[in-house]
Design a protein around this ligand. Structure first.
Ligand code: GDP
Ligand code: MG
Length: 163
């Protein structure tokens, strides 16, 4: 049984882009439209010599605004419940949103190991959000750019160390 690493977070933070990078695949659907991932996607990935099962969670697609948080939790619940490690992703360019904070609160109550990943941190974009991200109570954020391939070797090493 491979350790399960689940990529979670609100729509459009770059979860599927990160999934593709870490798995070396182009299989997950990446889109400018928030929450376009329809299904959870699974892939085996080799992270610094450690084989893992990677799960890309679906977002909040088709969720009516009044049930945003409920749908967020429901779509991620199953994946998080079986996670050996959760990569909780935020968008370093957008900063911490109320949805991030809400999801982080929920995640902390699940009792699964969590790593905070500040994506879209290419260039200097990550600095402010990274500081702000400490307020989520999920430890030190790891800054990456999934799209530009920055910080990914470090992230893979941190994941392997935590499993
Ligand atoms: P998801 O909804 O969390 O799965 O997010 P996606 O992976 O579908 O990405 C949403 C948008 O963010 C797409 O337009 C991506 O190209 C873009 N994106 C993903 N990673 C990065 C990044 O590292 N930097 C920037 N600037 N954009 C990114
Ligand atoms: Mg996606």
């Amino acid at each position: 049984q491979l350790p399960v690493v689940v990529i979670a977070g609100r729509p459009n933070v770059g979860k599927s882009t990160l999934f593709n990078r870490l798995s070396g695949r182009r299989s997950a659907i990446v889109s400018d439209t928030p929450g376009v991932t329809r299904d959870r996607k699974d892939a085996e990935a080799m992270l610094r010599g450690r084989r893992v099962r990677l799960i890309d969670t679906a977002g909040l697609e088709e969720a009516p605004p009044d049930s945003l948080y409920g749908r967020m939790r429901a779509s991620s619940e199953l994946a998080v419940a079986q996670a050996d490690l959760v990569l909780f992703c935020i968008d370093a360019r957008a900063g911490i949103t109320p949805a991030d904070a809400h999801f982080a609160n929920w995640l902390r109550r699940q009792g699964r190991p969590v790593m905070l990943v500040a994506n879209k941190a290419e260039g200097r974009a990550g600095t402010a959000a990274a500081l702000e991200a400490y307020s989520l109570g999920l430890g030190a954020p790891i800054a990456v750019s999934a799209e530009h391939g920055e910080g990914l070797a470090d992230l893979m090493g941190e994941i392997a160390d935590r499993l």
